[in-house]
Design a protein around this ligand. Structure first.
Ligand SMILES: [Zn+2]
Length: 299
């Protein structure tokens, strides 16, 4: 077996410990402070933003960017969204009997981070830059094929690393990723393919499950994914304690899915399984800092 259940348990423990460490650090607190500056846009505004700037990943108003130590580059065209205009209407005869109501909407200009320059924003996800010397990516492509999914490389606009469509049974992986990160993204999308055919579950839980599976698969294949996974899982789970609790609750499901993917790799390549099973086969996946985690989209 490419990775014993004990080793997979150890990997899951290390994931929880890494998340707890990250989310009690100053880096996490700075990241949270910056996140609080960005609005969560309504669906209609998200459509407006993407219609005008399809690669948009982090959007804020002119003054918010200034407060974050960045400024809008000269000559950039604003992205226009609609902000509600509220006014107070009386709800009774008393002096305090009034409530705000939306009286209309007004256009408001915002800008994507790519239209700005200045201080780097604090980030907690760093893409992997290591190699894939064991050829794990090609094996994972074959695993995808064995469950009826095609894998294509795609030049996504913006920060997206990959996606998985159940309707067309297709997975896409961003072409610009380093080999180690491509392995991790493909393992992540494979987990979505296996676990999330039903639209039901909440997005944060889906991302936590898929990325936890990818972490275990990468660990078994000699790729250290800490620099991306800890921040990604904690970000989607809403913090360290919530992430650790959710990983514990979904532990069996995560383990089973990782085991299934790794069994597929072993079936495709017994030689790779043997090499990856050796501790000294670990490949150091060093990391480079990102200026942008996007919307943490790895879909
Ligand atoms: Zn995902």
């Amino acid at each position: 077996m490419i990775a014993s259940s004990t080793r997979r348990d150890d990997a899951l423990d290390r994931l929880s410990q890494g998340i707890a460490r990250l989310t009690s650090s100053d880096a996490w607190r700075s990241w949270l402070r910056v996140q609080a500056r960005f609005h969560s846009y309504s669906f209609s505004n998200a459509i407006l933003i993407l219609g005008q700037h399809p690669a948009a990943s982090r959007v804020a108003g002119f003054h918010t960017w200034r407060r974050l130590g960045r400024h809008v580059l000269r000559g950039q065209h604003a992205i226009w969204i609609l902000a509600p205009v509220r006014r107070r209407v009386k709800t009774g005869d008393g002096p305090d009997d009034a409530a705000p109501v939306v009286a209309g909407f007004r256009p408001v200009p915002v800008f994507d981070i790519a239209q700005t320059e200045g201080e780097a924003l604090p980030e907690v996800c760093t893409r992997l830059v290591g190699d894939d010397p064991l050829g794990a990516y090609d094996r994972l492509v074959q695993v995808a094929g064995s469950i009826g999914f095609t894998v294509q490389e795609h030049a996504f606009r913006g920060e997206k690393n990959g996606d998985c469509a159940h309707r067309t049974r297709s997975i896409r992986v961003a072409t610009r990723l380093a080999p180690a990160h491509r392995v991790k993204t493909l393992a992540h999308e494979l987990a979505h393919a296996l676990l999330h055919a039903d639209a039901g579950a909440e997005r944060g839980l889906k991302e936590l499950e898929a990325e936890s599976v990818a972490f275990i698969v990468c660990d078994a294949l000699g790729i250290q994914a800490d620099d991306w996974t800890f921040g990604y899982v904690a970000g989607w789970a809403g913090g360290g304690d919530a992430a650790v609790a959710a990983i514990k609750a979904a532990g069996t499901r995560i383990q089973r899915t990782a085991a299934r993917i790794l069994a597929g790799v072993e079936h495709q390549s017994p030689e790779l399984a043997e090499r990856a099973g050796q501790d000294d086969a670990c490949v150091s996946a060093s990391a480079t800092h990102l200026s942008e985690c996007g919307e943490q989209v790895e879909l």
